[in-house]
Design a protein around this ligand. Structure first.
Ligand code: ASP
Length: 440
């Protein structure tokens, strides 16, 4: 049995946090492969080491003095080393970083040092072997993404011989050894890749929250926690902005059917949230979660007998494609079709899109409605529960929210509702209350 455990930046921001992490790892001998992030914020006003490293790189490339920032970064690590009582000196590592940056190393290299150095400390602290992902996680120049085949082969081969190891998150390298990072928050992806490579039983992702919440705590006070969520449900919620985990971290483990367990370093007794491929466990409520985003525009195109005009829909969408705008939702009626787009992408191009639709489809009318929000109500339980949509809409009606659009995904695990931006919070509260507060 083997577990891969990834710890986020706030779990490793100080010696005190490192000690909690050490205790968590030692409490379970199956926690054999550890993926650390760079030290995060110690308090809300603090700066993440990764951000300091990007700043460092900026100073070097603008030929400004960078020594002070470098010394500040070193101080962050020295404080951790001292607090842990380790006999470790990173001076040579810092000399090498300064030399590499002066020689023109890029911002990916600079940022990756956050995880690299934290990995060195973690390996020394736990007495685990250190594996540099630059030697195993291989990026492809063309796709700028990791090469799955080479990466899994390298990692499986290497880790098969190592009982316990620390593999820093966030980066790998091109075949020529040039360091390349994932996008921000990418240590989650590293953890998932390592879990897949060793066929882990579980991928534990330790953060500073006890898992996913049913709704955004900025809108709902103390929302209930999601105990188990399927990958599909998570995709739907993540797309609408619910985030604890990097979106791309799902794919590697999902392909192997490895569950992800989101846990809280500051509350290790809490079982957190389980993300699984499929489950017989019913969620406590009919819905699993609610998420949403503001800032959409709806472009309504009307034309009598549109439904019998072959190619009409394609031509409408072509107008968006030609202007390089992706659409989000596409509810349609017999004589009308609506295209939902992101307002900030659309604004500058709206006239060009409207004239393209006119030219290509000769509609009766086109009108645009802006400042809309979309809310996704997601739940595997909705499939087998009658009346869910009815309850959502009566709750919204009671809260005086005008529903502008309804779209039920064909998978029946989500219902998307369009409302005015100004009704967004009220709508989420009404839906949350009807399903969670009334415990139905
Ligand atoms: N340290 C990187 C970041 O701040 C990667 C990570 O923490 O996952 O984005």
């Amino acid at each position: 049995m083997a577990k891969v455990v990834k710890f986020g930046g706030s779990s490793l921001a100080s010696a005190e946090q490192f000690k909690k992490v050490g205790d968590i790892i030692k409490a379970d001998s199956e926690r054999r492969y550890v993926v650390p992030s760079a030290p995060g914020k110690r308090s809300p006003r603090d700066t993440k080491v990764t951000d300091m490293l990007y700043k460092l790189h900026g100073s070097v490339s603008d030929k400004r003095s960078f020594e002070e920032t470098l010394a500040d970064i070193k101080a962050r690590y020295d404080e951790i080393i001292k607090g842990l009582g380790l006999n470790l000196d990173l001076s040579d590592e810092f000399k090498k970083i300064a030399k590499d940056l002066k020689a023109g190393a890029d911002s990916d290299y600079a940022a990756s040092r956050g995880e690299y150095l934290n990995g060195r400390i973690m390996a020394a602290y736990l007495g685990y072997e250190f594996i540099d992902p630059a030697d195993c996680i291989i990026f492809d120049r063309k796709t700028e993404n990791y090469d799955a085949e080479k990466t899994y082969k390298n990692l499986s081969k290497k880790l098969a011989k190592i009982e316990r190891a620390v593999i820093p998150g966030f980066y790998g390298a091109y075949a020529d050894g040039t360091v390349k990072t994932f996008s921000r928050g990418g240590s989650d992806i590293t953890g998932s890749i390592v879990a897949r490579a060793i066929h882990a039983d579980v991928y534990e992702n330790w953060t500073d929250v006890s898992g996913f919440l049913i709704a955004d705590p900025r809108i709902i006070k103390n929302p209930a926690k999601i105990e188990t969520i399927t990958y599909r449900e998570l995709r739907e919620l993540a797309y609408m902005g619910a985030g604890v985990l990097h979106e791309d971290a799902i794919f590697p483990v999902r392909q192997e059917g490895i569950p992800i367990n989101i846990r809280n370093t500051n509350d290790p007794k809490d079982d957190g949230t389980w993300i699984v491929e499929t489950t017989s466990k019913k969620s406590k409520y009919v819905i699993t979660g609610i998420a949403g985003k503001k800032g959409f525009c709806a472009v309504n195109v009307d034309k009598d007998m549109m439904n019998s005009e072959i190619g009409f829909g394609r031509r409408v969408l072509q107008a968006f494609e030609e202007n390089e705008i992706s659409f989000e939702h596409l509810p349609s009626g017999i004589d009308t079709m609506t295209v939902f787009v992101h307002q900030d992408e659309f604004r500058d191009k709206e006239q060009s899109v409207v004239s393209a639709i006119r030219r290509m489809t000769e509609p009766d009318t086109i009108d645009i409605e802006s400042d809309l929000a979309l809310i996704a109500v997601v739940g595997r339980g909705m499939k087998s529960t009658r009346g869910t949509a009815g309850r959502i809409f009566s709750a919204l009606a009671h809260a005086h929210v005008n529903v502008k659009m309804i779209d039920q995904g064909s998978s029946e695990i989500n219902i998307i509702i369009g409302v005015a931006n100004s009704d967004f919070e009220t709508a989420i509260k009404a839906i949350y209350d009807i399903f969670v507060e009334t415990k139905l």
